[in-house]
Design a protein around this ligand. Structure first.
Ligand code: GDP
Length: 296
């Protein structure tokens, strides 16, 4: 896709890391994400209602980190099937009183295949049956050798419930981000990925976009799959109206003709007419494929 061209090295500048918390059901993904969010709520934000847009931006000592909401298992599989590769770092949550389970293995494989860094959070350390050494042993069987065992996999013992180890986990995320030097060019037409979309009764189609390249701006003409539009409102994860969003920043946008698909790319183009044309072509293509399938 020519709209998604590669940038020159000299045009790239640092961007915040994008993190997803993954792991087996009940190992504490939601609790970990909540603990992270709660430790980082500043006074000015406290009392404000965090908007559910599918992602949140957290400030750690002046540095931004973006957390994607842990998708439900099905949504996650669907995103992956579309090849959405939008995360930089996986926080792999493993319950210390349990062990590596099927969805843990799936998360490991997916992260490895996508070239995503893995930080292991050994959760539920407060529980009586917690056995971090057993978890570490199991990790080695999947090629993740803990640092304290001579490997290069970072493991952090935490208790999401008791809010312990969360600062250490955040420190490790920042350290990995610093080493990896995630970068993007903010000075170009934006390209992003739809991470959530729905039809709102009052507002019409609303979609959360994770900007990956360029700067997404109010008034931009956009196309995503068969859907086109012009951004007529944009909100950050605190529900605040914003005029632009740089790489790694999630924003909810209004102004699309229809509900786009999660996992699809979204591109800024010169004007609405071009956006409509591209969307129409995509629609025709989709119809043709449907007919072909029926013929076979
Ligand atoms: P998810 O399915 O991976 O999102 O897991 P949840 O965050 O919903 O947690 C599953 C259960 O484990 C809930 O009952 C949590 O209260 C509990 N839990 C999560 N973290 C901890 C922890 O650190 N210690 C203890 N004792 N329980 C926890």
């Amino acid at each position: 896709e020519s709209l998604d061209y590669e940038d020159k090295e000299e045009d790239l500048i640092p961007r915040p890391p994008v993190v997803t918390v993954m792991g087996h059901v009940d190992h504490g993904k939601t609790s970990t994400l909540d603990a992270i969010r709660n430790t980082r709520v500043t006074k000015s934000e406290a009392g404000g209602i965090t908007q559910h847009i599918g992602a949140s931006t957290i400030n750690i000592n002046g540095q931004k980190v973006v957390f994607l909401d842990t998708p439900g298992h099905e949504a996650f599989t669907a995103m992956r099937a579309r090849g959405a590769n939008i995360t930089d770092i996986t926080v792999l949550v493993v319950a210390a009183d349990d062990g590596i389970m099927p969805q843990t293995v799936e998360a490991i494989n997916h992260s490895k295949n996508a070239g995503v860094e893995i930080i292991v959070a050994i959760n539920k350390m407060d529980k009586e049956g917690a056995n971090p050494d057993r978890i570490k042993q199991e990790l080695t069987e999947y090629g993740l050798v803990p640092e304290d065992w001579g490997g290069d996999t970072i493991t952090v013992p935490i208790s999401a419930k008791k809010n312990e180890g969360i600062d250490e986990l955040l420190e490790m995320i920042l350290m990995v981000a610093e080493m990896q030097e995630y970068k993007a060019n903010p000075n170009r037409k934006a390209v992003g990925t739809i991470i959530e979309a729905k039809l709102d009764k009052g507002k019409g189609p609303v979609a959360t976009v994770l900007v990956q390249k360029g700067t997404l701006k109010f008034g931009d003409a956009v196309v995503s799959g068969c859907v086109s539009g012009k951004i007529r409102a944009m909100f950050d994860d605190k529900g605040k109206s914003v005029k632009k969003a740089k790489p790694s920043i999630p924003v909810q946008i209004l102004g699309l003709s229809d509900v786009p698909e999660s996992g699809d790319k979204i591109y800024v183009v010169d004007d609405e007419k071009i956006a409509r044309n591209i969307a129409q072509k995509e629609q025709d293509k989709a119809k043709e494929e449907k007919v072909k399938k029926q013929e076979n």
